[in-house]
Design a binder for this molecule. Structure first.
Ligand code: AMP
Length: 214
């Protein structure tokens, strides 16, 4: 089964994605993670990320297309952070059709902007992948990861001046995509204001139910 996970920055996509891929043994395709890796060796990619701007569609689409050629995606995959524009969605439709792959569910984690700003401003991450929000889920020791005792840092694109730009980008370029997908029967709206475990429970139930139907 293949899924798309959508939602504004700070909606909890990364946290939910980790739980989903772990539970269902599928591949996590996060374009944000791919670009965070790419920015280490590419100055042009780094510039888009630090300014909160989207990487141009043709670069993202190419990257995803190449990734979808790898064998491991046959286990099923979760697209996280892609597509992010209507054009990317149209390109995705084309590439999936040509590869004879179908998407089973599109999950949208719905969180209003005020909450998103609160969450992002408090987000601290560890290089092991763990994520905390100092306003809600504080680590046991301040500044240290509960899982590996690593240093917790604020993502450069979570800093206040960049967050505003990311939210503007989301509003202008990604919101129209929600309307595009809402018209399809694959779209599932999840209340992202619920707790982390309640959100996962809802997604989990949905996936289990779909697995029986298919
Ligand atoms: P994320 O971790 O998903 O918030 O992504 C971090 C950054 O990577 C974004 O702010 C963009 O600069 C870039 N990025 C990730 N996914 C995409 C995408 N689908 N299209 C364009 N840029 C992207």
């Amino acid at each position: 089964m293949n899924y798309i996970l959508m939602g504004p920055p700070g909606a909890g996509k990364g946290t939910q994605a980790k739980k989903i891929v772990e539970k269902f043994g599928i591949v996590h395709l996060s374009t944000g993670d791919m670009f965070r890796e790419a920015k280490k060796s590419s100055e042009s990619i780094r510039k888009f990320l630090v300014s909160g701007q989207l990487v141009p569609d043709e670069i993202v689409v190419n990257m995803v297309e190449k990734r979808l050629e790898k064998d491991d995606i046959k286990k099923g995959f979760l697209l996280d952070g892609f597509p992010r524009t209507v054009n990317q969605a149209l390109e995705l439709d084309k590439m999936l059709k040509s590869k004879n792959i179908k998407i089973d569910v599109i999950f949208f984690i719905d969180v209003h902007f005020e909450e998103v700003v609160k969450r992002i401003s408090g987000r601290r991450v560890c290089s092991c992948g763990a994520s905390y929000c100092v306003n809600f889920i504080s680590p046991k020791v301040k500044g240290k990861c509960d899982a590996c005792n690593g240093e917790l840092i604020q993502r450069s694109d979570d800093k206040e001046n960049v967050v505003k730009d990311r939210l503007d980008v989301y509003e202008k370029q990604t919101s129209p995509l929600i309307d595009y997908y809402k018209k399809t029967e694959l779209f599932v709206d999840i209340d992202g204001l619920k707790s982390e475990s309640e959100v996962f429970e809802k997604i989990n139930k949905y996936i289990e139910a779909k697995k029986i139907v298919f």
